[in-house]
Design a protein around this ligand. Sequence first.
Ligand SMILES: [Zn+2]
Length: 96
Amino acid sequence: MASNSPWHNLYNSKRWYRLRYYQLQKQPLCEFHLRRKQVVSASIVDHITPHKGDVALFHDPDNLQSLCKRCHDSVKQRLENGGTVTEFDDDGRVIW
Ligand SMILES: [Zn+2]
């Protein structure tokens, strides 16, 4: 998270640290990799629906998922590319 992000303060809050901690306790494995039946430890807590500064969405535990850095960076890449990047699992189903 860049320090010049408009939501910098949200990520710096104790509330977020706690949420992030609980999410990684609840799901210590990367959820995208799990869908591919691969076990990779998660290091990043991502918002499923982009919060865009919405404080309620930001702190909604149901809007969080655990990801590894690689998957998190691909998600970001996908968003930056306008949602055109799609990944498939071993059976050819669309993962996202
Ligand atoms: Zn992953």
